[in-house]
Ligand binder design. Structure first.
Ligand SMILES: [Zn+2]
Length: 120
């Protein structure tokens, strides 16, 4: 059972990871930005992904997506696929690199770490 840190509501539909109910999320992120950014950062950290698009002043700009990461030598972009190696962007293409897995849940619509079904 999750509890909304904004309004105090409790429901099995509130992810313990996110800790905010749907009506509060839909009402806007006033006062929740820092919390939600931290939740997002931590969820990406589990997969060794940058918490925010990198903005290294001396980095090379990746123009494959709207994040326009500025990636330092030896580091990866927000996607975790593009990196800078030897002063050049490497990895990934406009066609993307993908992987798949068999999901036994018939209607799993989001990544498991944000879904209450994956946190119970
Ligand atoms: Zn709420």
């Amino acid at each position: 059972m999750g509890v909304c840190r904004s309004c105090g509501a409790s429901s099995p539909l509130i992810s313990r990871t996110i800790g905010v109910c749907l009506p509060c999320l839909r009402a806007g992120f006033d006062g929740l930005d820092d919390h939600l950014n931290e939740v997002h950062r931590k969820s990406r950290e589990r997969f060794s992904l940058p918490g925010m698009p990198p903005r290294d002043q001396n980095g090379i700009t990746c123009r494959l997506c709207a994040n326009a990461c500025r990636i330092a030598e030896g580091h990866t972009g927000y996607c975790g696929i593009r990196s800078v190696q030897g002063g050049k962007i490497a990895g990934g293409t406009a066609k993307a690199n993908v992987e798949w897995y068999h999901d036994p849940l018939p209607a799993n619509c989001v990544a498991d770490w944000v879904c209450p079904g994956g946190t119970q």
